[in-house]
Design a protein around this ligand. Structure first.
Ligand code: PEP
Ligand code: MN
Length: 348
């Protein structure tokens, strides 16, 4: 439930609303805005009797949030959330943000080379897993902390920000120390203890849609992050499991405008995992930007045939360069532009 205060409501009136919500046994989340203050009521699992709150002075309107998720809903917050990253890069505004890099960090040479190549093509965020969720325990599991340090080195050298996956609650702190954005992958979308733990950091979180998750389940998982106090959430469509074996997943482009209508959170697209096939990545990336995605995350490898994971869906650097040119044109056609990478740090 959302309690909208009159324009010019006093601090005392707002405080009385907060007190009343707490007396009723719920939690209050005051949200001061440019035009008016609203106070959110959370902690309820069903309809709340709002008569006591409605009777308080300074209360203009009470909005009952009809969705099972509250704080992530458009009813709760109408204006889009813009997730602000270091250096002024922002996700969810006018700019479309390109994230690119290998599936896994494999070596210093590989990640530095890829960082320079994708930056040259116009990406502003470097992706690369240091902790890998692999279907087989015998597959490459990632370099762990060594991989995180290599990503940090690549950031220092390239000026790209870094997004990388966190697999479990134990490594949230170390991943948050090195990353600009922490990724919660498809397999962990409903790992509720991990969501709660990530919700207690102040790092932006990239939350990927689960392999067989509905859009409502994705939004409910995002609600865990906001409920713990982290509003900096970026959603990601990465395809869902289907009966068709010709692609790895079905890339659900409809989820992009769907999420935009249901939620104020930004959503980006991952056509690499969404299709699993290199030759399908470019058309689906173009389609995602046309559908309004706030960014793309693309697997790029200097030598995909030698990649330790997901080589089949990784673009060659020149394919990524070509895609970036096309994305720029599409973004402009819908009144947006592709975010420019931050300046390369000057060395003493
Ligand atoms: C990844 O980004 O490399 C990854 C494992 O993604 P997902 O969780 O979407 O499968
Ligand atoms: Mn991958």
């Amino acid at each position: 439930m959302l309690i909208v205060m009159e324009h010019g409501a006093t601090q005392g009136e707002i405080a009385r609303v907060v007190e009343t919500i707490e007396e009723l046994g719920y939690e209050a989340r005051p949200m001061p805005g440019a035009q008016r203050t609203a106070v959110g009521l959370v902690g309820n699992d069903g309809r709340v009797d709002s008569s006591r709150i409605a009777a308080l002075t300074g209360v203009k309107e009470i909005i009952h949030v009809t969705q099972p998720y509250k704080q992530v809903s458009r009813e709760w917050k109408e204006e889009p959330t813009i997730v602000r990253l270091s250096g002024g890069l922002a996700i969810g505004g006018d700019e479309v943000v390109a994230m690119a890099g290998p599936c896994s960090v494999e070596s210093e040479e590989q990640i530095l080379e890829t960082a320079h190549l994708v930056r040259e093509a116009g990406a502003s965020i470097l992706r690369g897993g240091a902790y890998k969720p692999r279907s087989s325990p015998y597959s490459f599991q990632g370099l762990g902390v060594t991989g995180l340090k290599l990503l940090a080195k690549a950031r220092d050298e390239s000026g790209l920000l870094v997004v990388t996956e966190v697999l479990d609650t134990d490594s949230v702190d170390v991943v948050a120390e090195y990353a600009d954005v922490i990724q919660i992958g498809a397999r962990n979308m409903q790992n509720f203890s991990l969501l709660k733990r990530a919700g207690r950091t102040n790092k932006p979180v990239l939350l990927k849609r689960g392999i067989a998750a509905t859009v409502t389940e994705l939004l409910l998982s995002a609600e865990y992050l906001l409920a713990e106090g982290n509003p900096n959430v970026i959603l990601c469509e990465r395809g869902i499991r289907s009966f068709d074996t010709l692609t790895r997943n079905v890339f659900d482009i409809t989820s992009i405008p769907l999420v935009h209508s249901l939620s104020h959170l930004p959503i980006i697209a991952d056509p690499s995992h969404g299709t699993g096939r290199r030759d399908k990545v470019t058309p689906m990336a173009r389609a995602a930007v046309a559908a309004g995605a706030d960014g793309v995350i693309i697997e790029v490898h200097p030598r995909p045939d030698r990649a330790l994971s997901d080589g089949d869906q990784s673009l060659y650097p020149d394919q990524f360069t070509e895609l970036m040119g096309q994305i720029r044109t599409i973004a402009e056609a819908i009144g947006r532009r592709v975010a420019k990478p931050l300046p390369v740090p000057v060395r003493a």
